[in-house]
Design a protein around this ligand. Structure first.
Ligand SMILES: Cc1ncc(C[n+]2csc(CCOP(=O)(O)OP(=O)(O)O)c2C)c(N)n1
Ligand SMILES: [Mg+2]
Length: 630
């Protein structure tokens, strides 16, 4: 702790408050034992930290600038007294990803702190991942002064008010703290946004340079708490009965489990079994039904799988659960070619009524699914679905054999490497199996690494894979590892990165060492942004500007950073397995540089099994969409 003797009187008072809170354990406890009076004279910056603390926010990820020095000073004192922690980072996009992962993986609510302007803009860009995956976190940006005495350096250069407030309000919900006393209102709105039961997302607090140090009388007892919300479900049984009747009558029901089903594993399993439904995963829901469960058809969608897409295309009744019908998940709206009706379980009215011919069951997934499963069990609705499930099981076997052939593939001669290298699916499978063996969490960001990844992972529960399929933000996976250095109860993590994705955010090499990450980054280096080369070739038979000629030795690059342990992944399955073990032995951050084959060989990829409304496929896909009724 620093010597506080040269601090000003207001700082000493702030320190005394922080100490009282630390000693009592919480603001409420400090108030209850009289260690703090309920009305305190303070600054907006401290009021914000106190208000966030009331909601359980104790961790800040920060890159300070002139737009956030006042807040930084509050955080310095509160950290000195053991109340909050602040983790300095090297890049705002990466920092936003790490904060997203801390909430997503560990349930802890952090706040991202930036300066005004470019720092804010970068964190804002990164917040797309939180918005797209429904992850609630706070973003606090320095903002232009409220007096309007002239342009502030780094503000958006226009004669308009609250431009950052407007921009951020488009992405999520936001509040410009124009008046110190408004902090109470701002934090009530923030609490609901970041803790929303089915559509959480980032909440942006815009903190003008001049209101940060502005003083106010703050009522500590009036700071909004985290909302306690009861689980919602349909009040009567009418719609549940109607859904049960539809399922009982159906010969070929399929469930599409979206990212919203994560954590509802038990209810989903009961519903799938009681309905006799084939369950198709989305990229973000692997594990909600155990991999080997006979009704788990694996992923379906634009990328998809043989079995997942078969179940989608042949179902006569579709149960959509916790899905917002992203193009990748429902083949741009044409994935369910024979479905005559839809049952949709979702908390969000718009998502629940996305398709025509829908019976919407609005509410919490577990609550609704359990009630529906009980009705179905009572009438043995699954009894006549055996033929359908047998047909699906045969497709699952076909998919398994197809994958096995690719996992067993020997190294293939590669143009860029000028030698045989393991194909990417075989390499990813080895790393995914290793993650399972050591109980590590897996992170995926964008590209072929991600697509192959969700076709390959064999999870038995949700929470073992974090694949950022909402935004597919290159750089997410490596950045997300940082959350494990910040978490109260960290878990070993493995980030699966493409060479392109890794170089978007290599800052983890420094931040990870600084804050003590334990985990491994595997860089699947195919010397290009292969997912896009692949699309270009599939659509236009030519690659264009999706690779360069520069070879990078990632072992040397990563080894330049003190504390990072970097190893080469080798050229064969056996060498990769040994490299992973060596990486894992290191009690810190490790990097495995794994060169992989990229090219037209059929064992080099896992294929695409659905449709997608992009490039020169648009005409066909849109024609089919117009002709279908859902
Ligand atoms: C920040 C960002 N920029 C661009 C894209 C578009 N994009 C998606 S995948 C991809 C290529 C990924 O390359 P790499 O990480 O090397 O993985 P690979 O496909 O080669 O396995 C690109 C450019 C994106 N998703 N995110
Ligand atoms: Mg690549």
């Amino acid at each position: 702790m620093r010597d506080p003797s040269n601090e000003t009187e207001p700082t000493r008072q702030m320190r005394a408050r922080a100490r009282a809170i630390h000693d009592a354990g919480s603001i409420e406890a400090a108030l209850a034992k009289g260690a703090l009076g309920k009305l305190v004279e303070t600054t907006l910056a401290e009021a914000l930290v106190l208000g966030l603390l009331k909601q359980g926010v104790r961790k800040y990820l920060a890159i300070f600038g002139h737009g956030s020095t006042e807040l930084g000073e509050v955080l310095r004192v509160y950290e000195d007294e053991g109340v909050t922690r602040t983790f300095n980072c090297r890049n705002e996009v990466a920092m936003a990803h790490a904060a997203t992962a801390l909430r997503w993986q560990y349930g802890e609510i952090p706040a991202v702190v930036t300066s005004i302007g470019p720092g804010a803009m970068q964190a804002f860009a990164g917040s797309l991942a939180a918005a797209s995956n429904g992850v609630g976190i706070y973003h606090i940006y320095g903002d232009e002064t409220t007096f309007g005495e002239g342009y502030n350096m780094q503000q958006v250069p226009k004669q308009e008010q609250h431009l950052f407030g407007q921009m951020t309000a488009i992405m999520g919900r936001s509040y410009v703290l124009h008046t110190p006393q408004a902090v109470r209102d701002a934090l009530r709105r923030g609490a609901l946004t970041v803790n929303h039961p089915y559509r959480a997302g980032p909440f942006y607090l815009l903190l003008p340079l001049n209101t940060q140090p502005a003083r106010l009388t703050l009522n500590l007892a009036a700071l909004p708490d985290r909302p306690k919300l009861a689980t919602l479900a349909p009040a009567s049984d009418d719609t549940i009965d109607e859904a049960a009747a539809l399922i009982a009558k159906s010969k070929r029901p399929a469930i599409k489990a979206g990212g919203g089903t994560r954590g509802h594993d038990a209810a989903l399993r009961r519903l799938a079994e009681a309905a006799g439904a084939a369950l198709v995963l989305s990229p973000g829901s692997t594990g909600v039904l155990p991999d080997l469960h006979p009704q788990n058809m694996h992923v379906g969608g634009s990328k998809g799988s043989i079995s997942g897409n078969h179940a989608m295309a042949n179902a006569d009744l579709l149960l959509v659960i916790g899905s917002r019908a992203v193009c990748q998940a429902d083949c741009s709206g044409i994935g369910y070619k024979k479905a005559r009706a839809v049952i949709n379980i979702n908390g969000d009215l718009a998502d629940a009524t996305h398709y025509n011919k829908t019976l919407a069951l609005i509410g919490d997934i577990s609550a609704v699914a359990e009630r529906l499963a009980a009705k179905l069990a009572a009438v043995k609705a699954n009894a006549d679905k055996r033929d359908w499930l047998a047909e699906c099981a045969a497709k699952k076997n076909e998919w398994s054999a197809y994958k096995q052939a690719r996992y067993a593939a020997a190294p293939i001669n590669d143009e860029a490497w000028q030698r045989p290298a393991l194909p990417q699916p075989a390499a990813i499978k080895i790393v995914a199996d290793f993650a399972k063996e050591i109980g590590a969490a897996k992170f995926f960001d964008a590209g072929d690494v991600q697509a192959n990844g969700f076709q390959i992972v064999e999870d038995d529960r949700s929470g073992d894979t974090f694949t950022e399929t909402g935004a597919s933000y290159m750089g997410f996976a490596a950045s997300a590892l940082l959350a494990s250095a910040l978490a109260d109860q960290p878990r070993y993590g493995i980030a699966f990165c493409g060479d392109g994705s890794f170089m978007m955010n290599p800052q983890i090499l420094i931040d990870g060492v600084e804050h003590g990450v334990r985990g491994t980054i595997v860089i699947f280096d195919n010397r290009r942004m292969a997912a896009i080369s692949g699309l270009q070739v599939a659509q236009y038979q030519n690659e264009f500007r999706t690779n360069d000629r520069v070879a990078v030795d990632y072992v040397r690059l990563a080894s330049a950073i003190d504390g990072v342990h970097a190893v080469h992944g080798g050229w064969t399955a056996g060498e990769l397995a040994r490299a992973l073990r060596k990486a894992h032995e290191h009690k810190g951050l490790s990097v495995v540089h794994m060169p992989v084959y990229c090219g037209p060989h059929e064992l080099g990829g896992l294929g695409a099994w659905g449709e997608w409304n992009v490039g020169n496929w648009c005409e066909d896909v849109q024609r089919a969409w117009i002709e279908q009724d859902l």
